[in-house]
Write a protein that binds this ligand. Sequence first.
Ligand SMILES: [Fe+2]
Ligand SMILES: [Fe+2]
Length: 310
Amino acid sequence: MPDDCSSATVDLSGEDILHRRLAAFNRARMTPCLPEDAVVEDLAALSAELAFLEHARLQVANQAARAPCEPANFAAWFERLVADGPGQQDALFPWLADSAPMDAMCWFLTQEVAGEAGFEDLTALVQVRMPQRAKLELARNYWDEMGRGHARGMHGPLLEDLAQALGLKPAIDTTVWESLALANTLAGLASHRRYAFQAIGALGVIELTAPGRAAMVAAGLERLGVAARARHYFALHAVLDIRHAATWLAEVIRPLIEEDSRRACAIAEGALMRLNCGAACFRRYRERLGVGCGGPYDDGDAGPIRSMRT
Ligand SMILES: [Fe+2]
Ligand SMILES: [Fe+2]
C-alpha cells in the first residue's frame, strides 16, 4: 500500500473541496431530524450542486443525444454500455479477483463503502409521481433491497456486515473525491425532479454493470479467505442485478420512453454521467494501488481482461 490508507487524509484540490462539501450537504439533507436540530440549509452548496450536475450533464450531452429515441433501439444502445461504456472492462477488477492482497482489497472496499449512496433510498426518491408501470417495478426493486421484508436480507446491512467483518472505517475525510463525486452525482440526480429521468438512467446502468464487477470482488474476497456470510453482498449482486437490469429496462426505461421519446436522451445522459463517475473512481483506485503502472502491487500482468458480465 503506498501509504497508510486507514488514517491518511487526501490532498485537497478544488474537486476535493467541492465534493467534501457536497457529501456533507447530502448527509444533512438526507438525515431525518427534528426541526430544532436542523442545520440552516446551505444554499451555496445547493447552487454548487446544480452547477456541478449541469457541468457533468453537458460533458455527456452530445453522446447522449446520439442515443436512439425508439424504445427497442434505445434498449439495445443501453445494453451495449456494459461492453463499451466508460469504465467497463477496467483492469482493476480482474486484479482484485486474482491478485490483490488483503490490505489493498480493504482500501478499495473502504472507498466503495464511503461512496455508497444507498440504492434503496435513491430508488424511493426517484419513484415519486412516476407513471404506474415504472413505479411498480421501482417498488419491486425496492422490496428486494429491503430483503423482501426480512432484516437479514436487507442489502444495506449486508454491506455493513462486510465492512464490520473486515474492520473497515469509511469516512469522508479518507475517501478520494472521485468516490464522493459518484455518490454526490447519484444523490443530486435523485433529489431534483428536473433530473428524474437522468436518475432513472444512472440507477439502471448500475444494475446493468454491477454484476460483472461484483462477481470479481466476490471472487477476490473468497480467494482471501473472507467468510461466505461477509462476502454475501457481492455474491448476491453478481446474480440478482442481472434480473434487476432486465426488468429495469423492460418495465421502467422502455415504457417511459414509449410515453415520451424525449426521455431517451435524459436517461442516456444519466447513464453516461454515472459511468463516467465510475471510470474516474477505477482510474484513481488503480493509480493509488499502483495497478498496471509498475506500482507496489503490480505483478506485471493483471491477467486477461474479462467480460464485466458473468
Ligand atoms: Fe442491492
Ligand atoms: Fe439491484
